[in-house]
Design a protein around this ligand. Sequence first.
Ligand SMILES: Nc1ncnc2c1ncn2[C@@H]1O[C@H](COP(=O)(O)OP(=O)(O)O)[C@@H](O)[C@H]1O
Ligand SMILES: Nc1ccn([C@H]2C[C@H](O)[C@@H](COP(=O)(O)OP(=O)(O)O)O2)c(=O)n1
Ligand SMILES: [Mg+2]
Length: 204
Amino acid sequence: METADEARNQGSSVSILEKNPRVVFVLGGPGSGKGTQCTNIAKLFGYTHLSAGDLLRAESESDSENGIMIKNVMKEGKIVPSEVTVKLLQQAMWKIGKDKFLIDGFPRNDENRAAFENVTGIEPAFVLYFDCPVEEMERRLLNRNQAREDDKIETIKKRFKVFLESNPPVISYYSEKGKVRKIDAARSIDQVFESVKTIFEAQD
Ligand SMILES: Nc1ncnc2c1ncn2[C@@H]1O[C@H](COP(=O)(O)OP(=O)(O)O)[C@@H](O)[C@H]1O
Ligand SMILES: Nc1ccn([C@H]2C[C@H](O)[C@@H](COP(=O)(O)OP(=O)(O)O)O2)c(=O)n1
Ligand SMILES: [Mg+2]
């Protein structure tokens, strides 16, 4: 995997990282409302929304050598190796060339977090954390209707288990840095967005 220095030596493609883009990580369990809220935040506050899951799904549908591996990992509810995901995020940031990104569904574990930091040298401005009870997340996922292979109950259960194990170390790491903005995500979409707005208005 490229380090920040190696990437810099490769010239113009890394210009976006040299600009030190503003990055907000958006975390929360499967079904907590990350994607829904990111769409609203992007519109109102001018961020570019990058969903790690969407990038991985697109990669898994391409001819990429990693396609089958990604599909299998997702079906098992596990987390794709960081080098694959970080590369996709980094490429998307270069290609889009904007300077304010919402990174949705990443970092999902401590390995994701450390890899992103090492490769890009970027620290998030803050971390938005949608806190929602598992029962509510399960109800939402079973009604999501996006024909996602991983929204079947067997995979949903596996994803919850992985989330409950892997998310706390990430939240602890950023809590110690005073960067976590936790939101009660069990309320309506509009109520959650009111809290989100307050946070972005205070930060921007
Ligand atoms: N606050 C909310 N209350 C009820 N349903 C919601 C809420 N936020 C999102 N949803 C719905 O729940 C499902 C999961 O939301 P989504 O934004 O895809 O979550 P995530 O990206 O965290 O998995 C979607 O069908 C969405 O429309
Ligand atoms: N950083 C990430 C993000 C997603 N993935 C994989 C594993 C996740 O269960 C799937 C789906 O992620 P996605 O963020 O789209 O899922 P939710 O919106 O939380 O329901 O992708 C990953 O391996 N690593
Ligand atoms: Mg999502």
